[in-house]
Each structure stands twice: as structure tokens, then as C-alpha cells.
Design a binder for this molecule. Structure first.
Ligand SMILES: [Zn+2]
Length: 416
């Protein structure tokens, strides 16, 4: 049993078509400028911690600097709504405090944080929500962004108060915050592993997707490097050494990333039991190239190993998890493409989601049936983010697990 009271945030993404590039870039520059200004005024103080001599940064926080000086210099060439200046100051401090904590722990170097991601956090007080429409001011009395979410799938599922918004180039992330007493029997999430994503399923949360394209990309980069090298057939003895070096780097980069991803998963779904497929030959044959297959294999091993010490895990039998219909239990002979279409009951569902549901059923010791399927799909609520994830220093937007739309499947018309 896991119990206690915790503060929960659920986040939902909606796609938008506004051209906000210039605005986001201007904000990014302002945020960086704020960090630069604060950084240049950091006092480095020598201290003895646990017998070691350390140089500790003291971040300036006097009112005259933080609210008057900073505000006035930033305001000079800011053409958008003024409240973004205050947001940038707040965010810059949050980034620097996060950097400082990690620096003291020895996890970051004495290097100024650089803002690369283009997104703006918009506090509750800086937008309006009326009649199903979110209105965000960009330039006062001049430019507004309006998002009609009255028909969004998550509105009648979301609990709590609408909180901070995060505006990105293509998506607007809407958060809902609420306090929840967590008292649950051991909740389970089953994970289906794929080349570009980890797809999890739990009936209360729904379909959770962890994007692995960054991991895929790392392998791709090294594959290209290797190929380029191998085409230059000269200098053979040296070649071997360089290839070895590449493999080592590739492995290390993949490990680092998996470390971050699994920490995020374990934190986000604290108290859950995570089910992972046992590695077998059948699953790994779905990768076309030998190298990709080996990489996927070693990635998977690391994912499982890391999750195993960060959370409670169980292993599952992958047999037929992709081929079986999670609604009626029929086995499909040939799988084609991303869609699973059951010839027997007519279910049309994303292939990874189907596999994850099958694995979940296995975890609970249940067999698929249309009635059970209906029950499992009814309770989808939303995806849970913990407060810790608001770590500004990391690329948290990309790395957070995403909640997928519950309408990601089509049930056949009622005939049975
Ligand atoms: Zn079926």
C-alpha cells in the first residue's frame, strides 16, 4: 500500500497553428540576458565543506537589483506585454537556483546555463479562461492568442484548477493542479518497448508514451560516423581504434540519456510496479539491421536495469503481446504498419497501445474480453507530473512522458 497526500499536476498538450517563433525567440533572448546579468554578479565564496575547500556561488537577490535594475534594463527593448519581463526574471532565478543546487552536489560545472529551448511559461494570473477559451496577451491591446479548448478531450476528465500554461512553437501545454490523497493498492504499469518509444498502459492513467527518438538519434549519428569511416579504407590499424572509441561514446551517451529517462519515469510514477517484457529473440527480430537490433537489445537491458533499481519491477512474457487482440484475444498472423486491426472483433488500435494493454492484462492475471476492454478504457484520466519535474535546467518538455489521447482506438459498432 502506498499512502499519503501529495500535490499533483496533470498536463495536456494541444497543437496550435500560431506563428509564435519571433515571440518565443525574443523571450529566449531576454531570459538569457537575465541569466547573463545575474551570472556576472554572482559572488564566489570559499568555504570548507566536509573537509574540502569549495568555491560556492552566492546569487544576488537584493530587491534593488532583482526588481529595479533588472526590470528596467530588460524593459528597454521588450516590445511585448510587460508581465513577460517578470516571468523571465522569475524563470532566470529558478534556472540559476537549480544550477546552484546541482553545482553544490557536484553534478554541474561552473558554467553559465544557456537557454536553448524555446518556450514561455505563462502563470495563472496572466491569461484568461472563459467559455472554453484560453486567451493569452502577447502585446497589450494589440495581439492575443486564443485557444478554443471547449471540445478538448481532457476537459471533462481533468480535475482541479487550471494552472500554468507552457507555450511552445507547436504546442500549448495546459496544466491542472490539485491536491490528492494517494491511497492505492499497488498500481501497475506495463511497458511495451519499441525502437522510438516506450509505451505504457495503466487503466487509470491511460496510454503513456515516453519518447525515445533522442536515443534513436544517438545511435543514428554514430552509425553514420562509422559508415563514413569505413568507406575510407586506408589507415586500417588506426581505423579499428577509432571505431572502438565511437562505440564507447555511443554507449556512454545512450546510458546517460537512459539514466535521465528512467529517473523521470520512476519519479512520475512513484509507487507503481513497472512491468517489462523479458528479452527474447522473437521481439528483437522486428529490427531490420543487425546493428540496430544489438543497440535496441542493449538499450532495453539498460532501461530494465536502471528501472529495476529506481522502482519496483516485474518481468513479463512477451509472447504474442503484439499479435494478440487486447479486446477479444484473437491472434493476428501478420502485423502491418502502426495500426492493429482485429479481423475477428473489428478493433482498430495503435499497435504499441495494443501490446501495452496485453502486457497489463498479463500483469493482472486477466484474459482479454470485450467487457473488460470497455472497463479498462473507461477510466482514463490524465497523466501525472510531479513538482520535481519543473526543473528548468533540463529539457523537461521533451523528456517528460506524454499522455496520449484516449480516443486513440476505434471500437467496432455494437453488434455483439
Ligand atoms: Zn479482436
Amino acid at each position: 500500500m502506498v499512502s499519503g497526500s501529495s500535490y499533483q499536476v496533470r498536463a495536456y498538450n494541444i497543437k496550435h497553428n500560431y506563428d509564435v517563433k519571433d515571440f518565443l525567440e525574443a523571450y529566449r533572448l531576454m531570459l538569457q540576458k537575465t541569466i547573463d546579468e545575474v551570472w556576472s554578479r554572482i559572488a564566489w565564496v570559499e568555504k570548507h565543506i566536509k573537509g574540502k575547500r569549495r568555491v560556492i556561488p552566492i546569487i544576488p537577490k537584493e530587491n534593488s537589483f532583482k526588481h529595479h535594475y533588472l526590470r528596467s534594463i530588460l524593459m528597454k527593448d521588450w516590445r511585448y506585454s510587460k508581465h513577460y519581463v517578470d516571468s523571465a526574471i522569475k524563470q532566470a532565478y529558478s534556472i540559476l537556483h537549480s544550477w546552484r543546487r546541482n553545482y553544490i552536489k557536484g553534478e554541474r560545472s561552473r558554467e553559465k546555463p544557456i537557454v536553448k529551448k524555446k518556450f514561455v511559461r505563462i502563470k495563472e494570473t496572466l491569461y484568461s479562461f472563459r467559455d472554453g477559451k484560453i486567451k493569452i496577451s502577447i502585446k497589450p491591446y494589440e495581439e492575443y492568442l486564443e485557444f478554443d479548448i471547449s471540445r478538448a478531450w481532457f476537459l471533462n476528465r481533468a480535475r482541479g484548477e487550471m494552472g500554468e500554461l507552457i507555450l511552445g512553437e507547436k504546442y500549448l501545454t495546459i496544466t491542472f493542479r490539485f491536491r490528492e490523497r494517494v491511497t492505492k493498492a499497488e498500481e501497475k504499469i506495463a511497458w511495451d518497448s519499441n525502437e522510438k518509444s516506450l509505451d505504457g498502459f495503466n487503466p487509470k492513467i491511460g496510454w503513456i508514451r515516453m519518447d525515445l527518438t533522442e536515443l534513436f538519434h544517438i545511435h543514428r549519428v554514430y552509425e553514420l560516423k562509422r559508415r563514413r569511416l569505413q568507406s575510407r579504407a586506408s589507415k586500417k590499424p588506426k581505423l579499428k581504434e577509432v571505431l572502438k572509441k565511437y562505440s564507447r561514446r555511443e554507449r556512454n551517451r545512450a546510458r546517460d540519456l537512459i539514466h535521465k529517462l528512467t529517473t523521470q519515469l520512476a519519479r512520475t510514477f512513484k509507487g507503481y510496479i513497472h512491468g517489462f517484457e523479458k528479452l527474447n529473440r522473437e521481439r528483437m527480430l522486428t529490427y531490420s539491421k543487425k546493428h540496430n537490433r544489438n543497440m535496441a537489445k542493449s538499450d532495453w537491458k539498460i532501461i530494465y536495469k536502471f528501472m529495476n533499481y529506481k522502482a519496483e519491477t516485474v518481468t513479463l512474457n512477451p509472447k504474442n503481446s503484439t499479435r494478440r487482440c487486447s479486446r477479444c484475444g484473437m491472434l493476428l498472423n501478420a502485423l502491418k504498419g502502426a495500426l492493429y486491426e482485429c479481423k475477428s472483433c473489428g478493433l482498430r488500435i495503435n499497435r504499441q497501445l495494443n501490446a501495452a494493454i496485453n502486457l497489463y492484462l498479463q500483469m493482472e492475471g486477466l484474459s482479454p474480453s470485450p467487457k473488460l476492454f470497455k472497463e479498462l478504457m473507461r477510466a482514463w484520466s490524465g497523466f501525472t507530473l510531479t513538482g520535481e519535474e519543473a526543473d528548468e535546467g533540463s529539457n523537461e518538455l521533451k523528456r517528460s512522458p506524454k499522455l496520449m489521447n484516449p480516443k486513440s482506438y476505434v471500437c467496432p459498432p455494437k453488434t455483439t
